[in-house]
Design a protein around this ligand. Sequence first.
Ligand SMILES: Cc1ncc(COP(=O)(O)O)c(C=O)c1O
Length: 437
Amino acid sequence: MESRGITSQEKTGIELHSAEYAPTLSVRQILLVRQIVLEALHPSELPFLQYWSLDPTITFLNHGSFGACPLAVLAEQQQLRARMEQQPLQFFGRDLEALLDDARAKLAAFVGADSDDLAFVPNATTAINTVLRSLVFAPGDELLTTNQEYNACRNALNYVAERYNLKVVVAEIPFPIESSKQVVEAIIGCISARTRLALLDHVVSQTGLVFPIAELVQALTQRGVETLVDGAHAPGMVPLNLQTIGATYYTGNCHKWLCAPKGAAFLYVQRDRQAVIRPLTISHGANATRTDRSRFRLEFDWTGTDDPTAYLCIPTAIRVMESLLPCGWQDVMAKNHALAITARRHLCETLEIVPPCPDEMLGSLAVLPLLDGNPQWLQDSLLERYQIEVPIVPFPTANSRLVRVSAQLYNRLEQYEVLATAIVALLYEELNQTANK
Ligand SMILES: Cc1ncc(COP(=O)(O)O)c(C=O)c1O
């Protein structure tokens, strides 16, 4: 590929740091940018792309939002659905329980938990709501979270706080940040005698930071605070051992970095808290007379008729992904992390940005702050004009712009080089328009 080894700045002669330059972009430069973008989009240069059904005309740098499921896993789901529809009574009435047990055992081994402590749920949002809405609080109790909490889960926290007249205490985690020590200090510094529960991300959506979760859980537990960890991005991105982490409650999505079909997640609940945590939907399990299974298991395994095939495909997703590289998952996580770091380095160099956190605080998401402006315009323009799918996150203010890149096996460094070039061109154009107003 022609662009390899040559920075987009060298090729286009465009410099981003705008204060000094005269904002003019020649037609020749615009054409050059477009040419680099089009050259770099050739799918034959992305060998792993063949295992996914992603549109090859899109430079897809957003695995993080919804994941993407490999073709082999989707084929397995299709077979399970055919089986379900061929004899629904056999499938739901006689086979499903053992199938769920088997899938849960394989997932438990992957996340370092006892399968008796795991329940399947469709997504992390459901798991967070399940815990928050099961607990009973006293007026004046405090719920601790951070300024980087995912909006949907923060809403669930606010809902419960309003209902019980609780105080939500928000630890301010800086971004840019120099070390994970700052995360621990900010959170521990917000604990009071009234703190009942801390809702913390394992991997933050907006900034891509991987929090030192075992250390945080330990410090909170020592101070008598229950921990609800939102690990929506963690399974398949970072090595996971729930027993070592020791959270009271932990949820992870399997449809993101584990690459299971959509609607596959789990909720881990410490054994001595399982009697308290009830599913959002109360169903047959609530008065079941069986004694061979816990109430926790009976309630969560049936919350009304639904398609359970995403859960059942988790073992296949684990197998398919580990088969793609010689050392399996260890390689997948290491390769994705390395790509995120290299991509970030390239973006930082091209866009003249100081990396906002140390490499060790990242998994396979990397986030960079761009010049303030309209985030939606930039995200839409990258897609419409350059066929690049990447989120521009309005954080910490509505006018802020964080570009968040994901790195999955089907991505290559050249795609981020293209992104850097396209961002340079668009920011330049934006400045040009502002200057001409
Ligand atoms: C930190 C975090 N929590 C929760 C979620 C919600 O995941 P879901 O939509 O699968 O419930 C996300 C999604 O990106 C996330 O990043």
